[in-house]
Design a protein around this ligand. Structure first.
Ligand code: PMP
Length: 371
């Protein structure tokens, strides 16, 4: 089987599994306990915070551990919401864990603006300049699209946001962290979401980076853990396994490896001129369509041939269409034909070559069936 759905989730590093087990079975103590064993686990969590802050390139701010990116995004948005006539801006390319929170804000009668995407998949920067004003409370733009791999210029966005308003800038960095090189100090964001299972850590654990924790309020109520921003006993095993994964990824080295894989796949697929590939900077994700072939049918046939890809975001497979591709202005038939291929840096070129040939073979067979 050739797994090409790494944007949905990745295989855990074995070292991370060992670390998970260590904190589940040996160092299982509650980090809030007063006795020494508990305090030792708490110290380990603080090391994990430092490890993440360092990799994020942030010299100030806090790490709030959560159950993953969905919760981090909810906390960043709902925690930033304030009563009064505030306005909120969301890009049209956001993951459902952001976009559906925007919809909830609308339900709660907040004024919400949606920022369209440009043809190249980035957010429309000039439109942002027009939308932003004194009343803007929060702007949400993802770093790397989980659908296309397109990278938004977050530095440029924060420049616009900070010069034109006092608004907070939240960034969903799930497909960027430990995949592309950046430093939060330079990006100048107020909050940033990460998720462990996208970089070979466990599922159900992630974090929200907050530059200034007084800008957000807790959305769950309880024992006051995580600076009172996320009550509940921390997932110590998950957090320590995430730390392990974080410390065993060399972002630049992996970037180069993934880029080679993407280039190999691109070269093979473009042998057939029915193939269209959306140009994107992330070497980990590519959105591909084959003229006249339904993407979902193709993905199912590929599954039978041992190649696993996705049609759009795995989190929203039940929904028809694709908000990101539609907002970029893709023709309906190209949206319907799309599949998403996503890599990890530990795959071999031979695997990619095999998968590329299988994709071409299946797609051309399907298109012949139709004609
Ligand atoms: N944001 C993006 C960009 C994602 O790709 C995903 C995972 N599909 C999420 C958020 C949600 O992540 P989690 O599974 O950790 O809740």
């Amino acid at each position: 089987m050739i797994y090409l759905d790494n944007a949905a989730t990745t295989r855990m590093f074995e070292g991370a599994v060992d670390e998970y087990q260590k904190f589940a079975c040996n160092l299982f103590y509650n980090p809030s306990a007063f006795y020494r064993e508990g305090r030792e686990v708490k110290a380990c969590l603080d090391q994990a915070r430092k490890s993440l802050l360092k990799k994020l390139g942030a010299t100030k701010g806090d790490i709030i551990f959560t159950s993953g990116a969905t919760e981090s995004n909810n906390l960043a948005i709902m925690g930033a919401k304030r009563n009064g006539s505030w306005e909120y801006i969301f890009s049209m390319g956001e993951h459902p864990s952001v976009y559906n929170v925007a919809k909830e804000l609308e339900q709660q009668r907040c004024k919400v603006h949606y920022l369209p995407l440009l043809e190249n998949g980035q957010v429309d920067y000039s439109n942002l300049e027009n939308l932003i004003n004194d009343k803007t409370r929060l702007v949400c733009v993802m770093h790397v699209s989980n659908e296309t791999g397109v990278v938004n210029d977050i530095e440029k966005i924060s420049e616009i946001v900070k010069t034109k308003s006092k608004a907070l800038l939240h960034v969903d960095g799930v497909q960027a962290f430990n995949k592309i090189d950046f430093a939060l100090d330079k990006l100048n964001v107020d909050s940033y979401t990460i998720s462990a299972h996208k970089f070979h850590g466990p599922k159900g654990v992630g974090a929200l980076y907050v530059k200034n924790k007084s800008n957000i309020k807790n959305i769950v109520f309880g024992g006051g853990q995580e600076e009172n921003l996320r009550s509940g006993t921390e997932n110590t095993s998950g957090i320590m396994a995430m730390k392990w994964a974080n410390e065993h990824i060399n972002v630049r080295e992996n970037f180069d490896k993934a880029l080679l894989l993407k280039q190999t796949m691109t070269k093979i697929l473009l042998q057939d001129n029915n193939i269209k590939i959306i140009d994107s900077e992330s070497p980990y994700i590519m959105s591909v369509s084959y003229k006249g072939v339904n993407g979902e049918t193709l993905a199912r046939i590929l599954q039978d041939e041992g190649v696993l890809v996705s049609t759009g975001s795995a989190c929203s497979t039940k929904k028809a269409g694709n908000r990101t591709l539609e907002s970029m202005g893709l023709k309906k038939e190209d949206v319907v034909s799309s599949i998403r291929i996503s890599f990890n840096a530990y795959m071999s070129e031979a695997e990619i070559k095999d998968a590329g040939e299988i994709i071409l073979k299946c797609a051309s067979k399907l298109s012949e069936l139709k004609t």
